[in-house]
Design a protein around this ligand. Sequence first.
Ligand code: ADP
Length: 327
Amino acid sequence: MAAIGASSSDGLIVCFGEMLIDFVPTVSGVSLAEAPGFLKAPGGAPANVAIAVARLGGKAAFVGKLGDDEFGQMLAGILKENGVNGDGILFDKGARTALAFVTLRDDGEREFMFYRNPSADMLLTAEELNLDLIRSAKVFHYGSISLIVEPCRSAHMKAMEVAKDAGALLSYDPNLRLPLWPSPAEAREQIMSIWEKAEVIKVSDVELEFLTGSDKIDDESALSLWHDNLKLLLVTLGEKGCRYYTKGFRGSVDGFNVNAVDTTGAGDSFVGALLCKLVDDPSVLEEEGKLVKVLKFANACGAITTTKKGAIPALPTESDVLSLIEG
Ligand code: ADP
């Protein structure tokens, strides 16, 4: 019997894709070449979402491949410590865990250097997926980085199909990382190639511009991304909060005013919160009042995540969120 008053139901949220280590300079405003040293920051959007769900009291699993090396073991340990089911994690004997060196230079430009030659996450195959775990998902969540190369792309397609056939709700946050794609045109084409499978899609304002080719962030451009299977489309707007679109209603929910120091993971925290609430009560997709309440909660999660350095350390618990909302 389910515990009465538990903060979240038993609905499992399975997050599929990459987990990696971001190396960030110990000092700010330098180029990668100038950085005197780097700190390890675990990341990868789907893994962040899984931890965001678990921290809020929900049930989450991560499916993806890590290198069978110190860093891969470390990342698997972080998932476990945070209460994320690791039955879908694989380790590659030959390839390393992906690394990304990232810096925000003085001129405001973000500089990336990826170590994916190839990295373990890219080598996940359809045959090695834990299909039983995927079939037990109530929500199956993914991004687009796993679409960039084979064999991971086929593994992604297979996992999505198996989850869908088993009745899971499909949730998509493309998480555009242009430097990883051969060209912007290829990124757009591949991101859109699975567009119509998802029932919940979240894009940022920057992704909306990229995908529509328009410089307008308005209802018209958002609705140009609408498709018949979609139940909820969200556009996140940084400190301004988000807009929402369903078949029956649309609107916006203001963000929270916080002292932002690092926005990494804000979108993942937002998605984790949304999925956590959605799996508890799917009627939020049909009742606008409920949806607005959930999006206020998700905005608060996103906001809190910007107040500390790094994504994972900054992901909030339910009580952190309630303190911000109740102020
Ligand atoms: P992404 O991280 O995917 O680019 P956003 O930056 O739009 O997405 O952030 C996701 C959500 O996090 C926003 O909708 C908002 O609720 C919250 N958020 C992000 N940045 C801030 C900020 N500077 N202040 C307050 N809330 C923020």
